[in-house]
Write a protein that binds this ligand. Sequence first.
Ligand SMILES: *Cc1c(COP(=O)(O)O)cnc(C)c1O
Length: 359
Amino acid sequence: MKQNKLIFTPGPVKEFPETNAIGGQQTPYFRNDEFSQVMLESEKMLLALVNAPQNSKVITLTASGTAAMEAAVLNLVSVEDKTLSIVSGGFGQRFSDICKIHQRECQSYHPQQDDDLTNTDVLLPHKDNDILLINAHETTICHQFNLTQIGQFCKKNDLLHIVDGISAFLTDPLDMQLHNIDALIVSSQKGLALPPGLAMIILTPKAIDKIIPEPATLYFKFSDYLTNAQRGQTPYTPAVSIILQMHQRLKSIIKQGGIDSAISHTQSIAQFFRNGIKNLPLALYSKHMPNSVTALITTNGQHAGELVADIESKYQIVLCPNGGALSKTVFRVSHMGNITREDTQKLLNVLHDYYGINV
Ligand SMILES: *Cc1c(COP(=O)(O)O)cnc(C)c1O
């Protein structure tokens, strides 16, 4: 399999040479103080980057992001709880599916297209629910929700606010205090630009109080993770190398100015790209786009999947096709991770060349 293609996919994303160098080394033994130190420092940095309230804790799972979504439901949503799941695409639907499989009472709310829930009145019929599940950014259609307003709705009506921030972390605002988030899910292969395999759930004291003591799961039992995390360990063998890579990435993000500069970097790349496609037969698909990814619609009637396949075979550049009903018209371009302005210019040149239009 070719590993030298330039990828603009929303996970995995283009990684950093320093991170890859760590991944190429021998995996060390981890039940010792040296590794505990790495874990404890990583926890501290993560909590700072999302502005978690005091006494928040991080649960580190060796798993993909979906496992963290499922683990959050298993540990934080009881069978007595009434859950509201906001569904505007595949990832929102996943939360509803997880609830159904585990027999949690769940109502799905499908916002109108382009409704980012700035006006939360539409949620009022569900204000007596106990839990709200949402993806900060629904990655399948690049639709970003107004977390400030949704957080206020949850606070006012006392709903536990569980947010999948997987494709927003480090690229778009995600502030646990400002957005009143009680449990926040992030994973390694998006904004962090690490290999897939780690997912973190950041819990505020309010969420910690809500943890079910004996959930119907062994591997995902949060209380075991919290006990182990006190000394910088996990109950089971973690993805040691990815944790070392994450430690290095977090240190470097903080050194380069922290969350604000990480977000404004991605924002400038996204804007550069969106400005650069104006002459092309492409249009932005959604109104409330995040910085992390751009969803585009082909305006010349060409099948979007065919365009993505052509660009890969002719130019060794990988874009992201959409699935399902949107596969004919929509594809996506990620700006996360180590994608630079030069990489983006290269993609713009390629797209212009493909359509035979001068840059
Ligand atoms: C990528 C992503 C996930 C995680 O998917 P996995 O393939 O399980 O890692 C979950 N939610 C959102 C919003 C995502 O973008």
